[in-house]
Ligand binder design. Sequence first.
Ligand code: PEP
Ligand code: MN
Length: 362
Amino acid sequence: MIVVMKRGATPEQIAHVIRLVEDLGLKAVPIYGTERTVIAAVGDKREDYRQSLESGPGVAEVVRILAPYKMASLEVKPERTVVGVGPLRVGNSHLGVIAGPCSVESLEQTLGTARAVRAAGATALRGGAFKPRTSPYSFQGLKEQGLKILAIAREETGLPIVTEVMTPSDISLVAEYADVLQIGARNMQNYRLLEAAGETGKPILLKRGPAATLDELLLAAEYILNTGNQQVMLCERGIRTFEDHTRYTLSLSVVPALHDRTHLPVVVDPSHGTGHTSLVARMAAAAVAAGADGLIVEVHPEPERALSDGYQSLNFKQFAELMDLCRRIAAAVGKQIGHAEDLQPSVSEPAMVADNSYQAVR
Ligand code: PEP
Ligand code: MN
């Protein structure tokens, strides 16, 4: 159920309705939009509390949400959410580009990549310090040392860091360094991890599990939203099918399908989604054409020497070419790529941006 407040409802009225919802034994999660505030009342479905809430001060209406996911749904929040940190903006008319190595391997490799992707126009740096590898004998990541390297790269380039956290016990350590917490595809349904990541208040990049349906992805996002953290990006990174010419099948129709269901921005990962360097730029362009709000792309100074995912990584020149191509497609579909400061303010939603979590300089 959601309580839709009247346009111009006062903070006192909103606080009053939150108390009213809590007194009914329900959890109240306020969602502040640019047009109106709604309060999601989450709890026992069997009871109908509509009448008691409808008489609250400043309440416009109380509606039941039909979708299984509530706070992620467009019914609750018709305005598009823009996730932002530092120079990165993802959502609405902003196309964010997150680029960097699959794994942090050394200071030289990470810093060199950060400088190159920034020069080409990326506004966030990716890099795994804790790596979920299929084999226990593969490189597992530099862990805290990797996080320290990412922090140095951020300090030097100003790019916010997107890095994966694999387990709740690592959250406080990873959140100390990361600007965006990545929940990997293998962990999409690790619900305690989703809650713990949400509770940090940091923006979250939630990757779709290779066997997860759209509803399952949205319900996973709901676990994060339910902690009160609205800074969630959904990420399509390819699913498992019988097809074997690519590593996964990049399911681009989920981009418009998600936009029809949710206000959350959708990021596409053409690197894991294809598993082949030669396919990455063209599928990135296709993702932008389909309306993606962001891209996450693996880039390495020497892909043939990478400790993980070299076969799908771009070198610096290939990444610059991808950016040129995607800029042209973005312009054609009315999206802007760039540093937050250079974007047209008329299309941004500053109220939704969590700049406070970004610490360029430590
Ligand atoms: C990654 O981003 O390097 C990664 C491991 O991605 P995924 O969780 O999508 O496999
Ligand atoms: Mn990878």
